[in-house]
Design a protein around this ligand. Sequence first.
Ligand code: CDP
Length: 229
Amino acid sequence: MVSGPAVPVIAIDGPSASGKGTVAAAVAAHLDFHYLDSGALYRLVAKAALDRGVLLNDEPKIAKIAVNLAVRFSGTSIYLDGEDVTDAIRTESISAGSSIVAAQPAVRAALLARQRAFRSLPGLVADGRDMESIVFPDAVLKVFLTASAETRAERRYKQLIGKGISDNIPRLLQELRDRDERDCNRASAPLIQLPDARLLDTTNLTVAEAIAQVLRWVEPVIPRPSMGA
Ligand code: CDP
């Protein structure tokens, strides 16, 4: 299997609930590329730790959990120790927990090779916080996808309601702000917009418009087989 630098990576980083997961998955489907939802790995670590009663600030124990994480991605479903946890890792307590474990360097190190293993032909679309700075610094396209905090809180609210999880917008807004603060100000792999990343502010864009913009940026950097040749 071809992997490594020969395989093109499109990286999409950005803050919580900016819509990067939706856009990244759609771009991957459009190009027939693999897709890595790196945030899911941090969510899985938080869930495994909480299930086992491990304190989220116990870095050595959390890193061990990250190394041994028995996870399987199958289509849009995610399995932890054989159990379907696709929706269970989207609760707000797991969101908060994931950003606590994600600040720990040993946990990030434990997940690095696992993330890079997703890089295989014909290409990969990866979303997260450090896809561009640490995991795939040689990505052929780097997008920093964001939206106003209020818009993001509304989007997260609709997403949770759609999953049958009730919540309220003021609480979600506070949670997003706390998580932004932790993700942007941590010492290890903070969320930053790199100078070579293109900014995509989706506050006033529909999902379809955001996907179309990324695909316009993709066109010159991913050689496509010529049609009808
Ligand atoms: O979907 P949402 O943007 O709310 O979160 P996510 O992408 O699933 O990521 C959950 C948490 O994992 C984030 O708040 C980050 O703390 C952490 N994370 C990270 O540190 N690095 C990544 N590459 C992806 C996520």
